[in-house]
Design a protein around this ligand. Structure first.
Ligand SMILES: [Zn+2]
Length: 242
């Protein structure tokens, strides 16, 4: 049933796209081209180079393939005043004003960023994350009162990503400033994330700060029957008294 519905949905989107392209042609050409365009398949180019350029740029975004990019472009083009124009203005402002924080690696319009400048934050705690998206996720949860440090990825020798490609030197420098007491490694629970955590822990050893990691185990609201063996083993290993 799900496959059938998905197929129907996909067909419907294709029909809407083809119809919209045809309508755009009617507006510009006022003629039989509308009928002609209705028969154009989705695999062939259905729009001018400007629109194709928008589609190609959108397709570079994570999570968007060519088909999704075309759908997104179509949605933007159909709502030019309500969506496309405000988005283009917001992007232009972002290009002009947003900078990398030289301290933690976050993105902001301030330099250092608003998190680094916040005096209410615990200056003795640095939370290390792989990507800015991880920082934003922790901030959404409002669970961190300290400062952050974005590594910019994880170690991956097969991809040519060594320690020099990550912002590890900056972390060691901050940790050795004397004000920092603890570094919490909030890295992904993947092989790469954990090997990065191991390397960073070794590098931090001379600074004398306490190095901690996130707990691993049963997620909030999780049912044991649905957990994999690795997660269950981590939960047992990290058990604590109640
Ligand atoms: Zn910052």
């Amino acid at each position: 049933m799900a496959g059938g519905f998905a197929q129907y949905l996909s067909l419907a989107v294709c029909q809407v796209a083809a119809y919209t392209v045809a309508r755009m042609a009617v507006c510009s050409r006022h003629g039989l081209s509308a009928v002609k365009n209705l028969s154009i398949s989705m695999s062939r180019k259905v729009s001018g180079p400007e629109i194709e350029h928008v589609v190609k740029l959108l397709a570079r975004l994570p999570g968007l393939g060519p088909r999704s990019a075309r759908k997104a472009a179509l949605a933007l083009l159909k709502k030019r005043n309500e969506l496309l124009l405000p988005l283009s203005q917001a992007l232009a402002t972002a290009v002009e004003k947003i900078v990398d924080c030289p301290v933690c690696g976050n993105l902001d319009t301030l330099s250092p960023c608003s998190l680094c400048q916040d005096p209410r934050r615990d200056q003795s705690l640095i939370v290390v994350v792989e990507e800015i998206g991880d920082l934003w996720a922790l901030e959404r949860a409002s669970v961190i009162k300290g400062l952050y440090h974005v590594l910019g990825g994880h170690l991956s020798p097969l991809d040519g990503i060594g320690p020099d490609k990550l912002n590890i030197a900056g972390l060691i420098e901050r940790a050795g400033s004397g004000e920092v007491k603890e570094v919490l490694l909030a890295l992904n629970a993947t092989v790469e994330g954990q090997s990065t955590a191991h390397y960073v822990t070794e590098q931090l050893e001379p600074t004398g700060v306490v190095v901690s990691r996130l707990a691993q185990g049963v997620p909030v609201g999780g049912e044991l029957d649905y957990l994999d063996e690795g997660t269950l083993a981590a939960a047992i290993k990290s058990r604590r008294r109640v």
